[in-house]
Design a protein around this ligand. Structure first.
Ligand code: BES
Ligand code: MN
Ligand code: ZN
Length: 492
């Protein structure tokens, strides 16, 4: 797909033209006059501007062939933001799924958003909507996407190549991570994640190191390895490094939970919905994808990306409830519940990143069912310290169109994760379960580390179709991490 910004559509032959129209009845600001009049008329006549994201089509004949006018309800104008922008564009393109559209145009809103944001989010929206989950359907028709070749972004003024390439990098990265999450666990093994990471690294100019189990043992990663014991698949501790600033140390460390299948282990999960635990490596996919974008953008920061990957299965060698293991930090852990495995792999990933010199850490994990109860489907849980860093991460979310919600973490919670027999216990009951997960990780965070923990257990997988995306993997927080990295780079 080729993207190009244009200021007018005069003389362009299009298969489809996507125009957002606000609830108040006015079309997106960059619409040329004739397009505006027609789109506003369609919205008025069909009443279709009411339900956010809904689309109405009008087929128009002309000399060069028909053009479909796709009017998308864009919500209230003063509520329009980056997230709504990509959602509206995604809805528009999704409504073309069964079509043969090759050449389309998208009108963007350049008053409510600045032009760069408007262009970037529109490009992302088009790319997100060109992802479908049915990889293993044998009938072509059922997974056909429109053969879109060229997308004109109608944004007024001159071309904005940077916004297009940023949107393309981010959009492709999100779809890449969605693919990894969506793959079944028999195929997306830790070995396969490492292969995908290697391909990504060579494309983006990142260094990759895969720490095998023996080496991990020598480094003392007893917590991470305790999760791998029940599996016959070799565990892979994946490390990507990027030196955009040069010099020593890392400005940012990103650590993602990479459980390629979470059965719960000996503390086995109920079978209902267990199949969805193929996406328990979404944190890993998200940090790898984010590292790829940061390198593609050439941001002047040093970045270390860590993805500890393994399966969590029961078996004759599997870790048992009550077992005690020693983490890389030196802290001992009593494994109360083998299903609380995410925190076990994360603490060794985080300790590794800190020892490599990362003084800011963001971890991303499908960590707790409890965050789903606390926040529901649309917000990622945000924890960490100090507050200033947590605020910076939340701001990066806001500015990139992602929803994060700050959660508390007090010394009383830290006390609750202390074990009777060891330093820590990995499970301490159901009350405030998401906070206890964060409190456990907190125990290995160095005094001078800025740390944020993103619990994406509710946002990584949509259980229902949305106007802007099919149900399934969402790969949340890539945009937030890239935005945070850009902010850190701007201060370097
Ligand atoms: N991967 C799960 C959390 C999860 C649940 C993610 C549903 C996505 C959807 C995690 O490893 C887990 O099992 N957490 C336990 C922790 C408990 C045993 C302390 C949970 O939340 O029940
Ligand atoms: Mn689990
Ligand atoms: Zn898990």
């Amino acid at each position: 797909m080729q993207f190009r910004t244009v200021s007018t559509l005069a003389g362009e032959q299009l298969d489809a033209l996507i125009v957002p129209v606000f609830k108040e009845g006015n079309a997106a600001s960059a619409a040329p006059d004739d397009v505006r009049q027609q789109a506003e008329w369609v919205a008025r006549e069909s009443g279709a501007r009411k339900l956010f994201g809904s689309t109405t089509h009008l087929q128009e004949g002309s000399d060069g062939g028909p053009t479909r006018l796709v009017v998308v309800a864009a919500g209230k104008r003063d509520e329009f933001d980056i997230q709504r922008s990509w959602q509206v564009v995604s809805s528009g393109v999704r409504s073309l799924w069964q079509s043969t559209a090759r050449r389309i145009a998208v009108v963007v809103e350049t008053d409510a958003l600045d032009r760069t944001e408007a262009v970037q989010s529109a490009v992302e929206g088009v790319i997100y909507s060109m992802w479908r989950p049915e990889t293993y359907r044998t009938s072509e028709d059922e997974r056909q996407l429109p053969p879109i070749e060229e997308v004109l972004i109608v944004a007024g003024d001159a071309a904005d190549e940077d916004a297009i390439s940023r949107g393309t990098f981010v959009g492709d990265a999100v779809n890449w991570a969605r693919n990894l999450s969506n793959e079944p666990a028999n195929l997306m093994t830790p070995t396969r994640v490492a292969e995908e990471a290697a391909a990504l690294a060579s494309g983006a100019g990142l260094d990759i190191e895969v720490v095998e189990e023996d080496a991990a043992r020598e480094m003392g990663m007893g917590s991470y390895l305790s999760v791998a014991r029940g599996s016959d698949e070799p565990a892979k501790f994946i490390v990507l490094r990027y030196h955009g600033r040069g010099g020593d140390g890392y400005d940012l460390g990103i650590v993602g939970k990479g459980i390629t299948f979470d059965s719960g282990g000996i503390s086995i999960k109920p079978s209902e919905d267990m199949h969805l635990m193929k996406h328990d490596m979404t944190g890993a996919a998200v940090v790898l994808a984010s590292a790829g974008v940061i390198a593609q953008l050439g941001l002047p920061i040093n970045l270390i990306c860590v993805a500890p990957c393994t399966e969590n299965l029961p078996g004759g060698h599997a870790t048992k409830p009550g077992d005690v293991v020693t983490s890389m930090s030196g802290k001992t852990v009593e494994v109360i519940n083998t299903d609380a495995e995410g925190r076990l792999v994360l603490i060794d990933g985080i300790t590794f990143a800190q020892r490599e010199g990362a003084r800011r850490i963001v971890d991303v994990a499908t960590l707790t069912g409890a965050i789903r109860i606390a926040l529901g489907r649309y917000y990622t849980g945000l924890f960490g310290r100090p507050d200033a860093f947590v605020d910076a991460v939340r701001a990066a979310g806001d500015e990139s169109g992602e929803r994060l919600w700050p959660m508390p973490l007090a010394d009383e919670h830290r006390d609750e994760v202390k074990s009777d027999v060891a330093d820590l216990r990995n499970s301490a009951g159901r009350l405030g379960g998401a906070i206890l997960g964060a409190a456990f990780i907190d125990a290995v965070i160095d005094e001078d580390t800025n740390w944020a923990h993103l619990d994406i257990a509710a946002t990584a997988w949509a259980e229902e179709d949305r106007t802007y995306s099919p149900k399934g993997p969402q790969a949340p927080t890539i945009r937030t991490i890239v935005e945070l990295a850009a902010k850190i780079a701007a201060r370097n």
